[in-house]
Write a protein of this length. Structure first.
Lengths: 155, 366
C-alpha cells in the first residue's frame, strides 16, 4: 500500500487559533474589530483600520463568490499529486473579506470569476479541519467587488 | 522626492555575475563577483566606497574590503528591491552619510508564516499561482488572452538572442508559447522566468565624482515608489500596479514624460506583469495592452519604445530587478551591440515584487 505523503497543515498562532477551532466546530468565524467593526482575514493582532487590539469573532454565512482562481497542473508538493489538476481560488465572502481556498465539486474548467460558492468543512487530519468551497446552489450572491480602480496619486 | 535632486547623482559602474545553474558558486560568491565588476567598471577602489546596500550587507562589505563603512543598509522590497536601492543610495549621499554607495543583489526565496498557514494547506505554492490569479482577472475584465501574453515572451526571447550574457537563446515563436505546458493556469511555463541564479551590482556616486571615471556615467533623473498592497487578499486590484503612481512621481521629478523615453526595462516576474505596466505607464490605455502588443508591441526595431532589451527575467536571467538597471545603463552608454536602441538617451526602469505589490520607477538619462 502506498502511503499518501503528509499534506501541509495549518499551524495555528495565538491570533488564528479561534479561526481553526471554529472550523473544527463547522463554523466559519471571522475576526471583527471591537472598536470600529471592520472585519479582517487572515487573523492578526491589531486592526489595520483603527489600530485597536480588541477583537471578537463573528460567524460568516459561508457564502461568497470567486474573486480569482488558478489551476495547478504541476506537483509542487507530493501530498497534492493525486489532486491534479486542482483549483486554488481567492474567494470573497458576503461579509467582504477574502480568503485562499480550494474549489471542489466541479471541473476546473467550470470555475469562473464571479461564480457563487459556499463553504464546506474538510477534516484533512485528526483535529485539523480546513474550509473549502463548492459551487453554490443558492441564487446570485450579493457580493459586489469593487471594480479595478488602481490607486490614484492625491496631490 | 524633490526635483532638486534631478541629475545630481549617477550610476558609475555596473557588474553582472555568471547566470544559470551555478551549483559550484555560493550566493555570497556571486554577489562578490558582481560587486568587484561594478567597482572595476567604475575604476573606483573598494576602499573609496564607504556605503553599501544589499542583503547581509555588512559581511559583504567586509569581504569586499570596504571597511570601515559609513553607511550600511539591508533592503528587501522583493522584486522592487534593486530599483529602491537607487533611491536609498541617493538619500544617503544627499544626506552626506557617505561618498559612494555600492548596491548588490542576488537571488532569494522567502516563504512567510502567513503563506504556510493560510495558503499551503490548499496546495497554493509558488508566486506563479498569485500571478496566475492576477492574469485571470485581467483576462476576465478586458478579454486579454494567453496568446497576447505570449507576445511578450517572444519579444524578450528575441532580445535575449542578441545578448551575449543571456541564459536562453533558442528561438521562440508564438506557437512555441501556446504549446508550452501550464505553469499554473492561465500562465504557461514560457510566461515564467528562466531558472537559475546570478547577481548584479551598480555603484552610485555624486555628479562631481563622475568626471574622471573610466566609463560614461548615467544620471538618475527621477525616482518614485508606490506600494498599493502586499497580499492578494488585501489588493484593491490585480489589474493595475504601483507603476502609475510611482511613474507619475518619477517623471515629475525628472521633468520628463513617456514621450521622452527611448528604452524601457520593466519588471517581468511573469509576462503579465509587463502587460499591466504598459497600461499603467501609458504606453496604451487601461485594458488595451493586449491589442497594443498585437500592433506596436515591445520588440526592438519595431516598437517605438523597446522593452526588456536584455531578455528580462524570462530569457536573460532570474535575478530580480537589478539586470534591468544594468541593461538600462548599458543602453544609455551605447554599449549594447546588436541590441542597441539607436540614440538611446532616456530609459524607464521599473521594479515590482510580491504580486503586483511593491513598485519602484526610475528614470535614467545619459
Amino acid at each position: 500500500m502506498t502511503k499518501v505523503p503528509q499534506r501541509p497543515l495549518p499551524r495555528p498562532t495565538p491570533e488564528s487559533k479561534p479561526f481553526w477551532d471554529g472550523c473544527r466546530n463547522r463554523q466559519l468565524l471571522i475576526q471583527r474589530c471591537k472598536s470600529c467593526g471592520d472585519l479582517r482575514f487572515p487573523p492578526s493582532l491589531l486592526c489595520p483600520s483603527c489600530s485597536s487590539l480588541e477583537t471578537e469573532w463573528v460567524p460568516s454565512s459561508g457564502k461568497g463568490e470567486i474573486w480569482s482562481h488558478a489551476v495547478f497542473h504541476n506537483v509542487y508538493h507530493p501530498a497534492f499529486e493525486r489532486n491534479i489538476p486542482y483549483v486554488v481560488a481567492v474567494i470573497e465572502l458576503e461579509e467582504g473579506v477574502r480568503m485562499v481556498t480550494n474549489i471542489v465539486g466541479c471541473s476546473p474548467d467550470e470555475v469562473k470569476i464571479g461564480m457563487p460558492v459556499e463553504v464546506f468543512f474538510d477534516e484533512v487530519a485528526p483535529e485539523v479541519t480546513i474550509p473549502r468551497f463548492k459551487p453554490s446552489k443558492a441564487e446570485e450572491s450579493q457580493v459586489r467587488t469593487d471594480e479595478d480602480q488602481g490607486p490614484v496619486l492625491q496631490r | 522626492m524633490s526635483d532638486r535632486l534631478r541629475g545630481k547623482y549617477c550610476i558609475a559602474g555596473i557588474g553582472e555575475s555568471e547566470f544559470g545553474k551555478l551549483d559550484s558558486q555560493t550566493a555570497i560568491g556571486l554577489k562578490l563577483i558582481a560587486s568587484k565588476m561594478a567597482l572595476d567598471d567604475a575604476g573606483i577602489a573598494a576602499k573609496e566606497v564607504d556605503g553599501i546596500i544589499s542583503q547581509s550587507s555588512l559581511r559583504l562589505g567586509e569581504l569586499l574590503g570596504m571597511m570601515p563603512l559609513s553607511f550600511v543598509l539591508d533592503l528587501d522590497l522583493e522584486g522592487a528591491t534593486a530599483a529602491a536601492m537607487v533611491q536609498h543610495a541617493v538619500m544617503a549621499l544627499e544626506a552626506g552619510m557617505c561618498r559612494a554607495v555600492l548596491c548588490v543583489l542576488g537571488g532569494t526565496d522567502i516563504v512567510s508564516e502567513e503563506e504556510e498557514e493560510f495558503y499551503a494547506p490548499y496546495g497554493m505554492f509558488d508566486i506563479t499561482a498569485r500571478y496566475a490569479m492576477a492574469a485571470r482577472r485581467h483576462m476576465h475584465r478586458y478579454g486579454t488572452t494567453s496568446r497576447q501574453l505570449g507576445l511578450i515572451a517572444v519579444a524578450e526571447r528575441t532580445h535575449a538572442r542578441l545578448n551575449p550574457i543571456a541564459t536562453l537563446k533558442e528561438p521562440m515563436t508564438i506557437d512555441d508559447h501556446q504549446g508550452s505546458p501550464w505553469a499554473v493556469e492561465p500562465l504557461r511555463m514560457l510566461d515564467c522566468p528562466v531558472q537559475g541564479n546570478g547577481a548584479g551590482a551598480f555603484l552610485v556616486v555624486p555628479k562631481p565624482r563622475a568626471k574622471d571615471l573610466k566609463n560614461p556615467t548615467v544620471f538618475i533623473m527621477g525616482m518614485g515608489q508606490s506600494h498599493p498592497h502586499r497580499e492578494i487578499l488585501d489588493s484593491a486590484s490585480l489589474t493595475s500596479t504601483g507603476a502609475k503612481v510611482s511613474g507619475e512621481i518619477a517623471f515629475r521629478m525628472a521633468g520628463l514624460s513617456l514621450s521622452d523615453v527611448d528604452v524601457a526595462e520593466l519588471a517581468d516576474p511573469v509576462t503579465y506583469a509587463v502587460l499591466v505596466q504598459l497600461e499603467d505607464y501609458g504606453f496604451c490605455k487601461k485594458g488595451e495592452a493586449g491589442a497594443f502588443l498585437e500592433t506596436e508591441g515591445i520588440e526592438l526595431n519595431k516598437a517605438r519604445i523597446p522593452v526588456n532589451t536584455h531578455g528580462g527575467l524570462l530569457s536573460c536571467a532570474n535575478v530580480p530587478g537589478i539586470l534591468h538597471i544594468t541593461e538600462a545603463v548599458k543602453q544609455l552608454r551605447n554599449g549594447c551591440g546588436q541590441r542597441q536602441v539607436p540614440e538611446a538617451g532616456v530609459a524607464l526602469v521599473s521594479g515590482s515584487g510580491g504580486v503586483m505589490s511593491t513598485h519602484v520607477t526610475l528614470i535614467l538619462r545619459k
